[in-house]
Design a protein around this ligand. Structure first.
Ligand code: SAJ
Length: 451
């Protein structure tokens, strides 16, 4: 007997999840997306079997085309379509503001819509990242208030977070272990059964709160590790040593083969021009918000907050390196044409969420420089940018590499040098070799490189 799945939120998480389930025998999937200015256009595109997600996403376009053709996947803005759904996935945005406070307008609105329409015995799964305590204290009460039904008795509720990354959305959903946390054991059991259909890796079951914490800790752990690498990079710059050599040597320390679990491997992360995306800049604040709001006692997350601030500082450090390069060339920053390579926050993607290029661009503007943004993948951005590389670097006084797009790997630096006004290269992603660049006549400065 065919089961109906309704997926709220056609974004980087909702679209691949919906398409994967729609490709499983016995499921029909309806995507529910507000016809908003920002995302409404995706509805018609998806219903034509087209993939609205740009950049390289292996297998996603073919999958969407296939499930739309076999009519197991369609998209609508009519949220009452969830009234006969057996399973409902919540994949809406859960942003935080500049003070790290989560804004759950979309989440609350969708929970109200689901509550007003859901049927008994439905399984509801939150996949969006939320502050610990949100499933129990925000989602559950709204669903019960608007449905008049009781969680765990009339319907099931679980939290099971995504581990998607742009550039490998399908791989990360199907091949990475998944954590499933129910509001009760029956909810966990039902959710495990659901994900067995698309996850070809280990499923780990736990409670909803533990799963919520695991998600934000997973990203906070990465953010703190990146901050550590960035701090070491600044120290190496001061000592005049290449941090990437240091990192390489540090990561040679082997795991303790006799007792691997007690001695985790060394995995110093990569320092760089900044930390962007929808997850790492936000999840540490969601973790803090959860403890501040639902915790039994106050905990001041000094390490986590300091790390976040250090990662926010890195785009500004790019300007320090730039000003040093310009000084060496005897050029003022005022009116200097500065080419910023990369608008996306992650390589080979079109995803600009919380990109480090934005604060870098804005600070350069404030300093009366003339920054120009370039990106080969991005389609739209709140700040004007160009896809024309030649236009971006012609008569430029300096190039700053922010995103590790493969397009920036084997640039013909001699040719570029002849087109620039001043050959200055600021490398925020360790793409180029300092000595080679200097031999070509560039002033080269890099994060974590000797000055
Ligand atoms: N970055 C560094 N140094 C590093 C790694 C990353 O500066 O060593 C920067 C990147 O350039 C980028 C930012 O950090 O600007 C985030 O990069 P990312 O590779 O973490 O990409 P995300 O944010 O798309 O993916 C993360 C992943 N989380 C973890 O690995 C713990 C992914 O698994 C999650 O699914 C995703 O967040 C999410 O959606 O939560």
């Amino acid at each position: 007997m065919s089961k109906k799945i309704a997926v709220f939120g056609m974004g980087y998480v909702g679209i691949p999840a919906a398409a994967l389930f729609a490709d499983v025998e016995g499921f029909t999937v309806v995507g529910i997306q507000r016809r908003s200015k920002r995302s409404g256009w995706k509805i018609d595109l998806l219903n034509k079997g087209k993939n609205p997600i740009g950049g390289d996403e292996p297998g996603l376009s073919e999958l969407i085309e296939r499930v739309v053709k076999k009519e197991t996947f369609r998209v609508t803005d009519d949220f009452t379509e969830c009234k006969d759904a057996d399973i409902i996935l919540i994949d809406v945005q859960t942003p935080t503001d500049e003070n790290g406070i989560p804004h759950y307008e979309s989440l609350k609105e969708v929970c109200k819509q689901i509550g007003q329409n859901m049927k008994k015995n439905v399984l509801i799964v939150i996949e969006s990242t939320v502050a610990p305590g949100t499933t129990d204290h925000i989602v559950k009460p709204i669903l019960e208030e608007y449905s008049g039904l009781q969680t765990g008795i009339d319907f099931s509720l679980a939290f099971s977070y995504e581990r998607v990354m742009v550039g490998r959305l399908l791989y990360n959903i199907t091949k990475l272990p998944r954590i499933v946390g129910g509001i009760d054991e029956e909810s966990t059991r039902k959710a495990l059964n659901l994900y067995r259909n698309i996850v070809h890796a280990e499923l780990h079951s736990t409670g909803a709160l533990t799963a919520e914490i695991a998600k934000v800790v997973e990203n906070t752990y990465r953010d703190v590790n990146i901050a550590f690498a960035n701090e070491i990079a600044l120290m190496c710059e001061s000592l005049g040593v290449d941090v990437f050599k240091v990192r390489e040597l540090v990561n040679t320390l082997p795991n303790d083969p006799s007792n691997p679990s007690t001695n985790p491997v060394r995995n110093m992360h990569f320092p760089g021009a900044g930390v962007g995306g929808h997850c790492l800049p936000k999840d540490p604040w969601l973790l803090k918000f959860g403890v501040d709001t639902y915790g039994k006692f106050k905990v001041e997350p000094n390490l986590i907050v300091t790390s976040r601030k250090l990662n926010l500082f890195m785009p500004m450090h790019m300007i320090d390196l730039l000003e040093e390069g310009l000084n060496e060339a005897g050029i003022k920053l005022i009116d200097a044409k500065v080419t910023i390579l990369g608008v996306a926050f992650l390589e080979n993607s079109d995803d600009t969420r919380n990109t480090p290029s934005k604060p870098l661009y804005e600070e350069l503007k404030k300093k009366q420089a003339k920054p120009v943004l370039h990106d080969p993948y991005v389609r739209e951005f709140e700040i004007p940018f160009t896809k024309d590389f030649n236009e971006a670097i012609t008569d430029s006084d300096a190039i700053i590499i922010v995103t590790k797009h493969k397009d920036y790997f084997n640039l013909d630096l001699s040719k570029i040098k002849n087109k620039m006004r001043n050959p200055i290269l600021i490398d925020g992603r360790n793409i180029y070799d300092k000595e080679k660049c200097e031999k070509l006549g560039f002033i080269y400065k890099g994060v974590g490189k000797p000055h």
